[in-house]
Design a protein around this ligand. Structure first.
Ligand SMILES: [Zn+2]
Ligand SMILES: [Zn+2]
Length: 223
């Protein structure tokens, strides 16, 4: 059991290091991967699983965002799978609706407790704690310094879980990155204004500064 845990842990570390070398916030990247995999697994391996169906009936399905993502992940061929997955759930919902009270509180009936949101929260917590603990290791700090850095919500989370030494490192790295981004944004705006006046000065590394700025607030925003 211990060896299995060790294996899982090194897989998480490898996945986090991999995400740190990507072009969006590494925690957002891992969370986005995990939430798509969760829904993909559900549609392709668990539609006939009674426990999954019961859990979905109890949670009243997915939140609006994860319902849309379920359809996106499933693609065109997923309609029959959705029918299989939802049949029992909708039947249970019919009974709940039929039993709604005439007046007063319905005691949480019809409330959705999205299981994909719960999965996202668990994945997020796992990687936030892992990064906060490992931040000072050169392979992590170097990857974090050269990569796109953390989005604001994940900076807040990792910072909250980090020890003082790791906090100092994170603070310095992120502040430097933000100052550089601010310079890049000014440069991008300046060169763009010149283009409007017919002057063509080639764009450099500042060319994607606008999307990097937006990704500070929404880490896996598509450009
Ligand atoms: Zn993020
Ligand atoms: Zn959700």
């Amino acid at each position: 059991m211990k060896r299995l845990f060790g294996g899982e842990k090194s897989l998480l570390i490898a996945q986090l290091l991999d995400a740190l070398a990507g072009d969006i916030c590494p925690i957002c990247a891992r969370v986005s991967e995990a939430e798509r995999r969760h829904l993909d697994l559900l549609l392709h391996e668990q539609v006939n699983d009674n426990r999954t169906r019961e859990a979905l009936a109890a949670s009243h399905g997915f939140c609006p965002d994860h319902t849309a993502l379920l359809l996106e992940v499933g693609g065109r061929g997923c309609h029959a799978k959705i029918a299989l997955l939802y049949a029992a759930q909708v039947a249970a919902l019919a009974e709940e609706v039929a039993a709604l009270p005439d007046s007063g509180s319905a005691n949480g009936a019809l409330q959705t407790a999205c299981p994909a949101c719960a999965n996202v929260a668990r994945t997020e917590q796992l990687y936030v704690e892992l990064l906060a603990r490992r931040l000072a290791e050169p392979r992590f700090s170097q990857a974090l310094a050269t990569g796109p850095g953390l989005c604001l919500p994940h900076l807040r989370e990792v910072y909250a879980h980090a020890a003082p030494g790791e906090r100092a490192l994170l603070r310095q790295m992120q502040a430097e990155r933000l100052r550089a981004l601010s310079e890049d944004l000014r440069e991008f705006a300046r060169k763009s204004a010149q283009v409007a006046q017919g002057v063509r000065e080639p764009f450099g590394p500042e060319r994607d500064s606008w999307i990097r700025a937006l990704r500070l607030y929404h880490g896996d925003l598509k450009g």
